[in-house]
Structures are given as C-alpha cells and as structure tokens.
Write a protein that binds this ligand. Structure first.
Ligand SMILES: [Zn+2]
Length: 320
C-alpha cells in the first residue's frame, strides 16, 4: 500500500467522522425540539409544572398569577414524543406540584418523575371515562391505556379543572377559596362554549357529519357532538406510525364510498399526505384544527374554550 493511498484513506475516514459528528448534532437538535430553555414560567406562588399546553392553560384559568407556573410543551410541540431538556428536568424536580395528562400521553415524563418523587405528581384526567381503554390496541404500547385526547370534550375539561383546583388548593391552602371561585367561573364558561359548539355542529346537515382526520385525536369531540369518524390518515391515536400505500388506498375508497366532504389536517401535523389524499379524492382539505396543542397567543385558540370553538367553527364551515 502506498503512502499516498493511506493518506487519502485517512482523509476519507476523517471526513466520515466529521460527517457523523455533524449528523449527531443535527439529530440531537431535532429530537430536543429546540426546547433547551425548559418551559416558560409565569406568576408567583407555589411552583407548579404542567406538561401540556392544555393543562397549562387550565392552570392559568384556575390560578391566574397566583402560582409560579411552568408549562413544558410549547404550542405546536408533539405531546406524544417530547424530550425534556436538562432545564425542564430541573424545573420538574424543583416543583411543588407536577400536573400531568396521563393515559400514556406524557409517559416520557415517567423516568424523570420516578427520580423526582412521585407524591407531587397529579394526573389531572383522573375520573374521566377513557375512550378505547383496554380495547384493540394490543400491539401499540402507548395506547393500551386508551385515547389520551380527553380535552376535546368540555365535560372532561371540567373534571380536569376540578382536579387542578384540588391539587393547587392542597399545595397552597390559603388560596383555596380563590382557586375554587376561578374554577367555578371557568366551568360556567365551558358550559356556555359547549352550547355554542353544539349549535355549530347541529347546523351541519346530518348526512355531511362524516370526518377524516390526519391522526385519530378528535374521538371525544366526535362522540359528544354526533360526528362520524370515518378514518384517519395516520393509523392509531399516536402520531408515530406512518400509513402504508395500502392504508391510503383503502382510505381513498372509504372517502369516496362514504361521501366524506372534507379531510381535516391538524395544525401540528405536516398536511402533505392529507393534501395528496384530498387531491386524489377531489375532497376539500381543512387545515388549522387544534388537536394535540393549543394555539399560539393571539390565535384565539390559546385557551381550551377558544380551541374548542375554533375547531367547531372550522368544522361547521367546511361541512355545511
Ligand atoms: Zn395526538
């Protein structure tokens, strides 16, 4: 072997090592979701960490600025697959109360919590009747516990509000009356929004109340307001799975056979496949539904009540 060829081989190897290093940095950045700052913190009082945007917003309704609230997920982040940054882990360990969704959604927190002391963790969905629990998702580990997207039914949200108020009152008993008054007021607002949503959905002709979504996340909403879920592009209630060519062909047939009027693509999911499917079937595509995350401040969907109304309005406009 000549010196020259050894040189070029070691150069190639060095280039490869550098490429791998760059790839590692890129993968780390992608998986971290750019959340190196940890969650955004507001207010003063006992330290409360909320995992999802929905729990964060509900805690704000119950507590106002009367707790120091950190919300781990930012708008549009994937609640199914989040990797807490070192700062977020520190915020969790430092919290007086950690409010989690449970039902497998924020299972990514389990390792952090087991290291942080489980007695401060409150599952805010306790008491809710879970769709599809111990149903047919046998091969899908995340969904043995059922459908985690409970916030699309205002009655479930009211239970979440009660659980949050109870947890905060236990952590800071002096403010219990304040938390109670705010949660009562917010539950009344949810009742009003429930009536508005029902009126919107009732304005859709019965034969048009058929829906295809990007991933199966609106089951509670459809059940409550009498919409028929025909199918989802991404199989299961997770976002991790990818549809096969056969899945898409079957769904295309189903859309045509059922006379589905529109395909709904959630705000948080790349609508590319949904757009293709809409083009193939000649059906309208509706983007911008809030499924797993609330909207950004100013979107009108930064609160749970605003999110429900925003989704109902878009659905009604598309199907009427
Ligand atoms: Zn989801």
């Amino acid at each position: 072997m000549s010196i020259r060829s050894m040189d070029s081989r070691s150069r190639r190897r060095r280039a490869l090592v550098m490429l791998l290093a760059l790839l590692a940095i890129w993968v780390t950045a992608a998986c971290g979701g750019g959340d190196d700052d940890g969650g955004a913190t507001t207010g003063t009082g006992v330290k409360v960490v909320a995992t999802t945007t929905q729990i964060g917003a509900l805690t704000r309704e119950v507590a106002g600025g009367e707790v120091e609230l950190t919300v781990l997920l930012s708008e549009g982040a994937d609640a199914h697959d989040y990797e807490p940054s070192p700062k977020a882990v520190a915020q969790i360990k430092d919290a007086d109360v950690v409010l989690v969704n449970g039902i497998g959604l924020d299972a990514w927190l389990d390792d952090v919590i087991s290291g942080a002391g489980a007695e401060r963790v409150v599952v805010v969905t306790d008491g809710i009747a879970i769709r599809g629990a111990d149903a047919e998702h046998g091969d899908d580990e995340e969904h043995d516990e059922g459908d985690p997207h409970v916030w699309h039914d205002p009655e479930n949200v009211k239970l979440m509000v009660d659980n949050i108020a109870a947890a905060l009152s236990e952590a800071d008993p002096e403010k219990a009356a304040t938390f109670q008054a705010s949660s009562d007021a917010y539950k009344a607002k949810l009742d009003a929004v429930d009536a508005q949503v029902r009126a919107l959905i009732d304005s859709i002709p019965a034969e048009n109340r058929k829906i295809v979504t990007n991933h199966d996340s609106f089951g509670y909403f459809f059940d409550r307001y009498g919409l028929e879920f025909v199918g989802a592009i991404i199989p299961g209630t997770s976002k991790d799975a990818q549809p096969s060519a056969k899945d898409l062909a079957d769904l295309t047939d189903l859309i045509k056979r059922e006379g589905v009027k529109a395909i709904f693509a959630e705000e948080e999911v790349d609508p590319k496949v949904a757009s293709q499917l809409a083009a193939d079937t000649g059906v309208a595509i509706v983007t911008g539904l809030y499924a797993d995350s609330l909207g950004a401040p100013g979107s009108g969907a930064e609160t749970v009540d605003g999110m429900l109304l925003s989704n109902a309005t878009k659905i009604a406009e598309a199907l009427r």
